[in-house]
Design a protein around this ligand. Structure first.
Ligand SMILES: *[C@@H]1O[C@H](CO)[C@@H](O)[C@H](O)[C@H]1NC(C)=O
Ligand SMILES: *[C@@H]1O[C@H](CO)[C@@H](O)[C@H](O)[C@H]1NC(C)=O
Ligand SMILES: *[C@@H]1O[C@H](CO)[C@@H](O)[C@H](O)[C@H]1NC(C)=O
Ligand SMILES: *[C@@H]1O[C@H](CO)[C@@H](O)[C@H](O)[C@H]1NC(C)=O
Ligand SMILES: *[C@@H]1O[C@H](CO)[C@@H](O)[C@H](O)[C@H]1NC(C)=O
Ligand SMILES: *[C@@H]1O[C@H](CO)[C@@H](O)[C@H](O)[C@H]1NC(C)=O
Ligand SMILES: *[C@@H]1O[C@H](CO)[C@@H](O)[C@H](O)[C@H]1NC(C)=O
Length: 848
């Protein structure tokens, strides 16, 4: 298209706008325009179509096409340096080159030609006087007294600029495609009153609260979402309180955009105005396969990013837009069910799952598959079902069918079909129709699984036959990498370099073939559950990723041997650095460790799909890496030890000194039990030694009102939590800090930590804060809570008993202990609840 003859923009302004105006010198585009202004595309077609620019020209208002090759024109606000369209007026009705934009006392109106309005601002109570574009990217209509009558920030399209808010109930709507059309698509970011969620055709597929870096501070209802360069915040309490936050590590001074793109991905990009570079700092969902239409209908999304039709389906690129269609040509998707009574259900492999199953409840539970399918047959909008054999749960897919993803192996999907032409009598009841497991076509399998399969197949052919359970691996998706026993033996020089041992086994240092250092944990006291349960747990642990949680890199199941391969943490566990190290951890580092550990636990409790209670929080399970990286280890393992099948006992595991009182009573073990253990660890971090230690007479004399007991050797046992309580009551916090840090710490810093720790160890679990709240208090964004003395008095009793029981068992058992407790549902007399026994873990694990 040739460039039409256009006179310079400023002339245009002068002629049409200020004809009688005395001002001659004017900017090419101005930050504000008075009313009685008309502009047409042809007049703006210089290079950009801009007619209004913010003060420093960061943003411009333009009539332009969204992509150079597109002929669809839109009235937009654009961030010039990054070419980001931050808002558009007429996204659903693009305009032609004969269009006009008029600013009058009634507002702003876009006309397709001179008479047909296509878009306009809503009616205003007072006449509009001018239009302004701010440096923030916000377009304003003002009245003669500069009151804001309308602003573009109030009707966002698919993007938020830093500083912008999105009220509860409002949403961002993604564009429909990448072809330069801005029209609304089917993905939305919706702010609800307790979370911000991504939806596809109304179905949730991601929640802000699910993001591993999101923290909830309170449970107040959400008023609005606030976005700025430091993060996404859900604000409540009349916008004064942070309900939930997703902190973004980026340039907090700079500009950022949060955009929901046409693919359904919410990404935050921060823009550096100095080197003019954009940097993606957050995205959701981080697992792309969770996006409903990341591939086409009935395509299986693999983590590698490829899309292949589900088994039983194939695509012919020449037909149906390349959509997946049944391989069996006698079957078609039902178009309307009025005329059909007889449906066929095509089975998908059981490692496939559907995004909505994680976000919706089953339509019915405790039924069989035939009932589940018949419910679907009766419902015209039903397109298929997912059925969990284990729970008899029936999930219905209605209205829209998107792409498939790998699942937990729990649910099997069935796609509703009708037979056409000659009925194929074979199809109907053939279980798992084309899903014969034997020789897996790589094309039909998620890539990650295919790798496992190939490993297995290779094994099968290259070595003597392994047990048939090998094949089981195929159906447990999400498993971390499986590593050969021989490779691990080599990596650890035949398990030579032992770096630790704990309740679950011995840990060795090793170096994998790729040169990376790992910690290999040989699990010794495995519960009696089968290999499949073991693998299922491993798959759960393997999927948890958080900066403050040690990552499981792989595993090995070699006959009875089970090994877990973790990332290697250079500085080892906190107990070594804190209690035995030659170097003293300074206060700042201790605060970072406390915060990192709290964040890791908060994530286990509320960040991941299933709440995970650690059950064994202690310094040995807090690992350190260089640059003060802090990671929690051994999470998720307590489940491996639960002999659920026996049904008689719930075995619980914890470590003396960190166990919450409810372990000894009939009350439920919850995430608050971890909070208690964390509080105990926090006290040890403050003091730099074990909560219960032996002090010599002389040094103890310095601490006069010292809660302690004396043992026969004339040594004093100090129960530090009780000391902390008493010093808190006296307000004498500096007494509590590690003597090696004397003079380096200020009283109010210790006070904060002590108060948090005491709140964590309240006897009543309900009075303990959540880990998320602990994080908030440590960060200083949640006010400190006053410890309740009534719920702490138990320390006087428990402390003494603690000292006694540990004296009793000194030297005879490892630090670990196991408690057998009857399940709360048991109907036996309550007295038996309180009977518990200490059993050495060696005794327990021996015979297994
Ligand atoms: C805009 O036009 C209207 C009607 O033509 C006129 O009454 C009004 O004075 C004009 N306003 C300005 C600011 O030029
Ligand atoms: C525009 O830029 C100048 C100089 O960099 C700065 O002082 C001013 O604050 C900027 N204006 C706005 C609205 O950001
Ligand atoms: C705008 O006008 C053009 C030409 O007059 C016409 O072809 C087009 O369909 C119109 N578009 C809309 C959205 O009305
Ligand atoms: C971003 O918003 C949050 C919540 O309102 C606020 O605490 C924070 O200071 C803001 N950051 C910037 C850089 O404005
Ligand atoms: C289904 O029924 C409607 C009316 O009930 C009829 O118009 C249509 O042709 C039927 N379709 C088929 C495939 O039989
Ligand atoms: C499924 O359940 C229904 C109702 O509970 C029952 O009538 C039917 O026989 C069951 N079908 C099978 C195959 O078990
Ligand atoms: C079909 O099932 C969906 C999901 O359970 C339900 O919302 C809808 O009302 C059902 N439609 C009919 C016609 O039963």
């Amino acid at each position: 298209m040739g460039r039409p003859p256009v006179f310079p923009f400023y002339l245009f302004i002068l002629c049409t706008l200020f004809s009688p105006s005395p001002a001659l010198a004017g900017p090419i585009s101005v930050p504000s325009i008075p009313i009685n202004f008309t502009a047409s595309y042809l007049q703006f077609i210089d290079n950009s179509g801009a007619f209004l620019a913010s003060e420093n020209s960061s943003f411009q208002a333009r009539i332009t096409n969204s992509k150079p090759e597109s002929r669809s024109l839109y009235f937009v606000i654009i961030h010039v340096a990054s070419h980001t369209i931050v808002w558009s007026a007429n996204r659903n009705r693009h305009i032609s080159q004969s269009s006009q934009l008029r600013l009058t006392a009634q507002g702003l109106t876009l006309y397709n030609d001179s008479t047909h309005p296509i878009w306009s601002t809503p009616p205003n109570p007072t006449p509009v006087s001018s239009m302004h574009l701010l440096e923030s990217g916000n377009l304003l209509l003002l009245d003669s007294t500069n009151n804001i009558l309308w602003q573009s920030f109030d009707s966002p399209t698919d993007l938020l600029v830093s500083g912008q808010t999105l009220p509860a109930g409002k949403s961002l709507v993604a564009s429909s495609g990448d072809d330069g059309e801005l029209s609304q698509g089917s993905y939305r970011l919706v702010v609800g009153d307790d979370d911000a969620v991504l939806q596809w055709n109304g179905m949730v597929y991601w929640k802000l609260s699910m993001d591993e870096n999101t923290f909830r501070d309170t449970s107040l209802p959400v008023d609005f979402l606030m976005f700025n360069a430091t993060g996404l915040f859900l604000m409540g309490g009349n916008g004064q309180k942070i309900v939930m936050k997703r902190i973004i590590k980026g340039n907090s001074q700079g500009l950022a955009f949060a955009k929901l793109d046409y693919k359904g991905l919410l990404s935050v990009v921060s823009f550096d105005s100095i080197d003019r570079s954009s940097n993606q700092v957050m995205d959701g969902p981080s697992d792309r396969c969770q996006i409903p239409m990341i591939c086409k209908k009935l395509d299986v999304c693999s983590s590698g990013g490829s899309c292949r039709c589900a088994p039983g389906f194939h695509n012919d690129p020449r037909m149906n837009n390349g959509d997946c269609i049944p391989t069996d040509t006698s079957l078609v998707f039902p178009d309307s069910c009025n005329n059909h009574t007889d449906f066929k259900y095509l089975s998908l492999r059981n490692e496939l799952d559907y995004f909505s199953n994680d976000f919706t409840d089953p339509v019915i539970r405790g039924v069989n598959i035939s009932l589940c399918q018949s419910l679907c047959s009766k419902n015209c909008s039903c397109l298929g079902v997912f059925f969990s054999q284990r729970f008899g749960s029936c999930y219905m897919i209605t209205d829209y069918l998107g792409s498939m993803k790998s699942g937990s192996g729990d649910r099997v999907g069935y796609v509703k079909m009708v037979a056409v032409g000659v009925p194929n009598s074979d199809v109907k009841d053939k279980p798992g129709f084309p899903t014969i497991v034997a020789v897996l076509l790589p094309s039909s399998v998620v890539l990650a699984i295919a790798v496992v399969v190939l490993v297995c197949l290779r094994r099968r052919f290259s070595r003597s036959k392994q047990d048939d359970e090998e094949m089981d691996l195929v159906s447990i998706p999400g498993l971390p990498v499986r590593i050969d026993y021989a490779e691990l033996a080599e990596a650890t020089e035949n398990f030579k370099n032992q770096i630790g041992s704990g309740g679950f086994g011995t840990v060795y240092k090793g170096t994998l073939l790729d040169g990376s250092e790992v910690a290999v944990k040989k699990i010794t006291c495995l519960g009696s559950q089968g290999k499949r349960e073991f693998l299922t747990e491993i798959a759960v642990i393997g999927k948890i990723h958080h900066v403050n949680l040690v990552r499981l890199r792989g595993f090995c199941a070699h006959g009875p041997q089970k090994l877990l391969v973790y990332e290697y943490m250079m500085r080892g566990s906190l107990d070594r650095t804190l209690f035995q190290g030659d170097t003293v951890l300074d206060w700042k580092e201790r605060c970072e460790i406390a915060l990192g550990a709290a964040r890791g636990l908060a994530y286990l409790h509320s960040g991941c799909e299933h709440k995970i209670i650690h059950c064994d929080v202690k310094p040995e399970n807090i690992l350190l890496h260089h640059k003060s990286q802090v990671k929690i280890s051994d999470f998720g393992l307590s489940k491996l030890l639960t002999p659920e099948q026996s049904g008689l006992f719930t075995t619980l595991r914890g470590t003396r000194g960190y166990l919450a009182p409810e372990w000894l009573t009939s009350s439920a073990i919850t995430d608050k039990s971890d909070v208690y253990s964390y509080g105990m660890v926090l006290l040890e971090i403050i003091r730099g030694s074990k909560n219960s230690t032996t002090r010599s007479n002389s040094s103890a004399a310095a601490l006069s009102p010292c809660p302690s007991t004396w043992d026969s050797a004339g040594q004093q046992r100090v129960y530090f939590p009780l000391l902390a309580l008493e010093m808190h009551v006296e307000g004498n916090y500096l007494e509590l800090v590690d003597p090696r840090l004397a003079g380096q710490v200020r009283s109010h810093e210790v006070e904060k930590m002590v108060r948090i720790a005491l709140c964590c160890v309240h006897e009543d679990p309900n009075l303990r804060p959540t880990m998320t709240n602990v994080v908030g208090m440590l960060e200083g964004v949640v006010p400190l809570v006053e410890p309740r003395l009534k719920s702490l008095n138990f320390l006087r009793f428990y402390g003494r008993r603690f000292a006694e029981s540990s004296t009793m068992s000194e030297g005879t058992q490892p630090n670990q202990l196991m408690l057998y407790r009857q399940p709360t549902s048991s109907t036996s007399s309550t007295a038996s609840y309180n009977s518990f026994s200490y059993v050495s873990s060696q005794q327990v694990s021996g015979p297994r």
